[in-house]
Unconditional design. Structure first.
Lengths: 296, 263
């Protein structure tokens, strides 16, 4: 074999390898295009079309009608409440188990349970809370029989805003624990020693070292929780039926039976949802990359 | 320090109450079907129901097909990205995260509009076509978890050396993928598979809006019409989720142990 001819076959081989690699990833991109991107883009286009398919802003404007605005607000309130309390309790629980000087076996237990509970959502979760806090629920009867305290007489109802938020917390708190744990692990014990050496008390150490480091993670995780709740439907639908008109349930009814009497308005409704979950998720990703600086 | 410890115990105690109470309550509730005594009658009724059996079987089969398709789609992609197309990594990762960004209900709405019976690919025009669409939708829903599992698995092994060693023995790339790479990331694939199963088995939104007789819509229907059976079903659903997550842990530990042993 001549030395001049040698590079050519190897270059050709590199080229064919490269081509092979592109062919290898082609199914993935075709799949993503057909079952993620095109269906979504098609809806977004529909949001800007009238019945004849001509361009219009009319659908977007009609999202401003009171019933739809009320739906969005209710959704935002439920998602924000469950994200806020989920983040708060999740953070407290994670800090307690990781940094509270508790027995070591609690950590793997908490992590495993969080993995299970953050995936225990949907219809069965609604059943569990009806069995717990419904009118005939275990806890409802327990409180009534033991303490003579009837939570329904006191105004509580599982099929309402409060009930739904309380139910969502069952997957929101564990999700918070899973997301925030790496950030808490990133806080080095040496920082506490360093702060103590510099004369900081425990309070100052938490306020001026731990919180600023954790803050992007906490904010990011809260946004993730918000988006998580905003897109959820199965739990809410099984719990309250169509009575609590959050956006996903309105959209469900629209897809099922065109309750808005206008398919294009339905597309606009979906666009609004996507915008809200998209922005929250994007902010989460940005904040996460910011907080990862401390985790190295 | 002591006070901090008290606060920590308090947080854990409250957490235990909040997370255990619904489990105990649901179990207790599920036993109440017969008046005046505890019995497993609700479970018996559920198991005896033809709709339970057929919908569970339907969803289980769909979950298995989803897992196979998901692995076939994600494993080669993650492999090629790792080996030869690292500059695509960010893009591929972004795409695999899309199903978490796009709410399921929006995605299925898009499917119904794009693949309706008068479209270029009328998947929703027939029962089988809708099954295919539902399965592919589940592949999309499970992709974030499947990709992360497999990608983590691939990063833990030396893909380049394994590939070059196999190539020098004259192996073609399907052989390399199937007989060299896949066996080495078996535990990663299995954890992705169990997570996929846990997601698909009770999924409601896709199945309900595509009108398929899956387990999720069956659950919802029972919830709307019966009193004690839903609690029994919730106990079962929790057990299934727990089993899937538990198996992932066991596999993870087993893989770590065995790879240390072979080295």
């Amino acid at each position: 074999m001549s030395s001049a001819a040698a590079p050519r076959p190897s270059r050709r081989r590199a080229l064919s390898q490269q081509l092979g690699a592109w062919l290898g990833v082609a199914p993935f991109f075709i799949f993503a295009l057909m079952f993620l991107i095109l269906p979504t883009v098609d809806l977004l286009i529909g949001a800007f079309q009238d019945h004849q398919g001509a361009f219009t802003f009319d659908n977007i404007q009609r999202l401003g009608q009171p019933s739809i605005v009320a739906s969005y607000w209710l959704s935002i309130e439920v998602s924000a409440a469950s994200a806020l309390f989920g983040a708060l309790f999740g953070l407290a629980l994670a800090l307690a188990v990781l940094r509270g000087g508790l027995p070591g076996w609690l950590r793997p237990t908490l992590m495993t349970f969080s993995g299970v509970a953050s995936n225990f959502a949907g219809v069965p979760l609604a059943f569990a809370f009806i069995a717990t806090l419904g009118r005939m629920g275990f806890v409802t009867l327990l409180l009534a029989n033991l303490f003579g305290f009837n939570i329904y007489a006191a105004g509580f109802n599982i099929f309402t805003f409060t009930g739904l938020t309380l139910t969502y917390l069952y997957f929101q708190i564990p999700l918070m624990i899973l997301v925030v744990t790496p950030a808490i692990d990133g806080i080095k014990r040496e920082w506490g020693d360093a702060a103590a050496t510099l004369g900081a008390n425990q309070m100052q150490y938490w306020r001026m070292v731990v919180l600023p480091v954790l803050w992007p993670s906490i904010m990011g995780a809260s946004l993730l929780l918000f988006a998580n709740a905003f897109g959820a439907i199965a739990t809410a639908y099984a719990l309250t039926g169509p009575s609590l008109n959050i956006v996903p349930i309105l959209l469900y009814a629209q897809i099922r039976g065109d309750v808005l009497h206008d398919p294009n308005l339905g597309y606009a409704l979906a666009l609004g949802m996507l915008l809200i979950t998209g922005v929250s998720n994007l902010a989460y990703i940005l904040l996460r990359s910011r907080s990862e600086r401390w985790l190295k | 320090m002591k006070r901090g410890s008290f606060g920590a115990w308090l947080a854990v105690a409250l957490g235990v109450i909040y997370f255990l109470a619904p489990l105990i309550a649901t179990f207790e509730f599920s036993l109440r079907l017969k008046r005046g005594e505890y019995s497993f009658e609700a479970y018996r009724l559920v198991f005896a129901s033809g709709n339970f059996q057929s919908s569970f079987l339907y969803s289980a089969i769909l979950a298995l097909v989803t897992i196979v398709l998901g692995v076939m789609l994600v494993a080669p992609t993650a492999y090629w990205v790792q080996l030869r197309l690292p500059r695509l990594r960010a893009l591929v990762e972004f795409i695999t995260l899309l199903p978490l960004v796009i709410p399921a209900i929006v995605l299925v709405f898009g499917y119904i509009r794009l693949y309706d019976s008068s479209s270029w690919l009328p998947l929703t025009g027939s029962g089988f076509g809708t099954d295919v669409l539902l399965t592919l939708g589940y592949v999309a829903l499970a992709m974030p978890y499947m990709y992360r599992s497999i990608d983590t698995g691939l990063r833990a092994i030396d893909v380049r050396t394994l590939t070059e060693a196999a190539e020098s023995q004259g192996a073609t790339w399907p052989v390399i993928l199937l007989r060299v790479i896949l066996p080495n990331i078996r535990s990663a694939i299995l954890s992705g598979a169990f997570l996929t199963f846990a997601i698909v088995i009770g999924e409601f939104t896709f199945a309900s809006l595509l009108n398929r007789p899956a387990f999720g819509p069956y659950l919802q229907l029972v919830g709307a019409t019966r009193a004690y059976e839903p609690a029994a079903l919730a106990v079962m659903a929790f057990a299934i989720t727990w089993a899937c997550m538990g198996l992932i842990q066991v596999i993870g530990q087993g893989a770590r142990g065995s790879s240390a042993g072979t080295r």
